[in-house]
Design a protein around this ligand. Structure first.
Ligand code: OOG
Ligand code: NI
Length: 327
């Protein structure tokens, strides 16, 4: 009797463990499906807004570098946020943490008054995410007053009332205004002190850039130096801040980016102006020294230099700055 009930208990435990695992697997695959909806929504609107995206992808297909856009590895995507208590990274990250992203290193940009973090993805095929935040409290009284006059319209952390399991709701949230349409004069005042502040007050959570991994492309295109040549050959204007090629001190992360495209911005009272929109980035991640003996066809993402580099990033931010766009 005792033995029989023990067997029963064993069977029952085994059954419920398997069952729990199934439930957990279903929950996480549901979240990944939602993540796909969110990422696809971001990429769709971004490529509509940034003509360079289609120009580059079409030229890559035409040159036989890839046979389809889906063959391009998206190294990372980036967002910008306003560092006020109810918004900023602490709010924004809730979305992607929910889908299984993990928060990694912090970076500090003293001159630009920014903090940033990067997030590693749940799957090898998903882009890393780089999210930065303006240190609003470090700006002048006037800029703080302008920014808060907009961000104070958001009275509670909007991520808390989002249904993160509803991909379309999240997609909508990422592309809807969080505050009233800014006035042109507020935009211009912010622009004088912080180009980043001006960018976020108008562009909000629009995707700031996506990044083509060049190291997996065929020979002749698989370094940033070579890929830059290809880009300039098709008429793409590259960010020159700190030089067209930005290399991390360890030599493992090499980056370049386009200069942001101008968009026709509609400000309050029907005033319009050409302002910076988004841009495209290119990254080459070298195989780490400890994996240098691996054959080429066995090299995965985890064998390459990961993360970001503050000194590279500092210059890449300037892809939307007037020092580059008006050059
Ligand atoms: C982000 C700039 C930094 C990188 O890969 O280091 C960056 C931005 O412009 O918001 O993208
Ligand atoms: Ni980037």
């Amino acid at each position: 009797m005792l033995i029989a009930s023990k067997i029963w208990l064993f069977a029952l435990t085994k059954y419920s463990l398997t069952n729990n695992r199934n439930i957990m697997e279903t929950a996480s695959s549901k979240r990944l499906e939602t993540l796909d909806i969110v990422l696809n929504g971001l990429m769709r609107r971004y490529s509509d807004r940034v003509p360079d995206v289609k120009i580059i992808i079409n030229a890559m297909i035409e040159a036989g570098i890839v046979s389809d856009a889906v063959d391009i590895d998206n190294d990372h995507i980036a967002f910008r946020t306003m560092g006020v208590p109810q918004l900023g990274v602490q709010s924004f990250e809730k979305i992607f943490l929910h889908y299984g992203y993990q928060k990694r290193e912090h970076y500090f940009f003293e001159g630009k008054k920014l903090d940033a973090w990067w997030y590693s993805p749940p799957r090898e095929t998903d882009p890393r995410i780089f999210v930065s935040e303006l240190r609003v409290g470090d700006l002048s009284e006037e800029s703080q007053r302008i920014i808060k006059s907009y961000t104070d319209e958001v009275t509670a952390d909007p991520a808390d009332s989002l249904d993160l399991d509803n991909g379309l709701e999240v997609d909508d949230f990422l592309h809807k205004p969080l505050w009233r349409t800014p006035s042109l004069s507020d935009y211009q005042t912010l622009l004088k002190e912080s180009e980043y502040a001006a960018w976020v007050i108008y562009n909000r959570y629009y995707l700031n850039h996506f990044t083509i991994s060049v190291h997996n492309l065929p020979d002749g295109y698989n370094t940033v130096a070579d890929f830059n040549q290809f880009l300039e050959g098709i008429g793409i204007k590259l960010n020159t801040s700190g030089g067209k090629i930005k290399t991390s001190p360890d030599g493992g992360l090499i980056q370049s980016s386009t200069v942001a495209e101008m968009i026709e911005a509609e400000f309050a009272n029907n005033e319009t102006m050409q302002i910076s929109g988004s841009y495209v980035e290119f990254a080459e991640r070298k195989v780490l020294p400890e994996f240098s003996n691996l054959p080429q066809d066995r090299i995965l993402r985890k064998h390459r230099r990961d993360g970001f580099e503050a000194a590279n990033a500092d210059k890449i931010f300037e892809s939307t700055y007037t020092t580059q766009t008006l050059r």
